[in-house]
Design a protein around this ligand. Structure first.
Ligand code: FAD
Length: 310
């Protein structure tokens, strides 16, 4: 059994494991895919103090740093169920999909999130070649170009406002007959000269020239007509889904499925902490996930040293 069992091997989990291991306590990391979303990222330009790096490079650096310490890394292990300890200071159990189970006196959940995809032809082919999901990450790459934002909820409208300040022109495409974002955001968006809003529109295809995105097609849902828009970038903003389906019965989740944590990273169950994109933390970014993972690692240690001696 572990003193600190981390579930998830992205930036948050790696940071949690390093902070815990540096306290000299028995630490393990179980991850479905060590590296997490970073593995799917091309250029990273906002990892502070590093002007520019690439996802796979950062992912290997994360793994190498964790392995500098006495951490048991269990890669390709998917957690299926969490059974919190029945008594304070007892072991929590994490049951893996393969039936095995791991125990930790504290558990740090850092299973991240995934962007909901449109599921249209061209989306996969042109991911990172014009199809993007994170305006904070990739917005500046489209400086002076034309882009679309797919989705008129809060995140889509925020992204459109953000991008309008960087790119030449933004087309916001919403499936419904009206935007769903807060009124104040909609007013702000409507005031911008370089934004066009198209409602009742279903994106049907990402168009490219084999190397990068050159446009998209959408269907007007009122008239059934097909239209093309010429552009260089498409930001898909139809939801970030936390990887927390397996935790529903064990700990408190927000209505969006995010793990509720306090400022110390503790969940509704004593001794169970969480960090990164799977939590209610407001912004989902690498440096933020690393900071949150470090907080959770230190909080787990703090919890352990306060347990009565057995
Ligand atoms: P993740 O990176 O999602 O890691 C989650 C970990 O948990 C993975 O190891 C996963 O395999 C594992 N896991 C999930 N479910 C289970 C389970 N049931 N059992 C066991 N393990 C599980 N951020 C930036 O700051 N800058 C950027 O430029 C940037 N670009 C991005 C580009 C793309 C294409 C994407 C998708 C994201 C980008 N981000 C960027 C966001 C950034 O990658 C995330 O904020 C960050 O990776 C979150 O870290 P995390 O550790 O919380 O979660």
């Amino acid at each position: 059994p572990f003193e600190v069992l981390v579930v998830g091997g992205g930036p948050a989990g790696a940071a949690a494991a390093i902070y815990a291991a540096r306290k000299g306590i028995r630490t393990g990391v179980a991850a479905e895919r060590f590296g997490g979303q970073v593995l799917d990222t091309m250029d990273i330009e906002n990892f502070i103090s590093v002007s520019r790096t690439e996802g796979p490079k950062l992912a290997s650096a994360l793994e190498a740093h964790v392995k500098d310490y006495d951490v048991e890394v269990m890669n390709l292990q998917k957690a299926a169920k969490l059974i919190p300890a029945r008594t304070e200071g007892g072991y929590h159990e994490v049951v893996l999909e393969n039936g095995a189970s791991l125990k930790g006196r504290t558990v740090i959940l850092s299973t991240g999130a995934r962007w909901r995809q449109m599921g249209v032809p061209g989306e996969d082919e042109y991911r990172n070649k014009g199809v993007a999901y994170c305006p904070h990450c990739d917005g500046p790459l489209f400086k002076g170009k034309r882009v679309a934002v797919i989705g008129g909820g809060n995140s889509g409208v925020e992204a459109a406002i953000d991008l309008a300040g960087i790119v030449a022109h933004v087309t916001l495409i919403e499936y419904d007959s009206q935007l769903r974002a807060d009124a104040v955001l909609q007013r702000k968006l409507a005031s911008l000269p370089n934004v066009k809003i198209i409602t009742s529109a279903m994106t049907t295809q990402v168009i490219g020239n084999g190397e990068k995105v050159t446009g998209l097609s959408y269907k007007d849902r009122n008239h059934g007509t097909e239209h093309d828009v010429e552009l260089e970038g498409i930001f898909v903003q139809i939801g970030l889904v936390p990887n927390t389906e397996w935790l529903k019965d064990a700990i408190a989740l927000s209505p969006r499925g995010e793990i509720e944590i306090d400022v110390r990273g503790e969940t509704s169950q004593p001794g169970i902490f969480a960090a990164g994109d799977c939590t209610t933390v407001p912004y989902k970014q690498i440096v933020i996930a690393m900071g949150a993972g470090s907080t959770a690692g230190l909080s787990a240690f703090d919890y352990l040293i306060r347990l009565p001696a057995t």
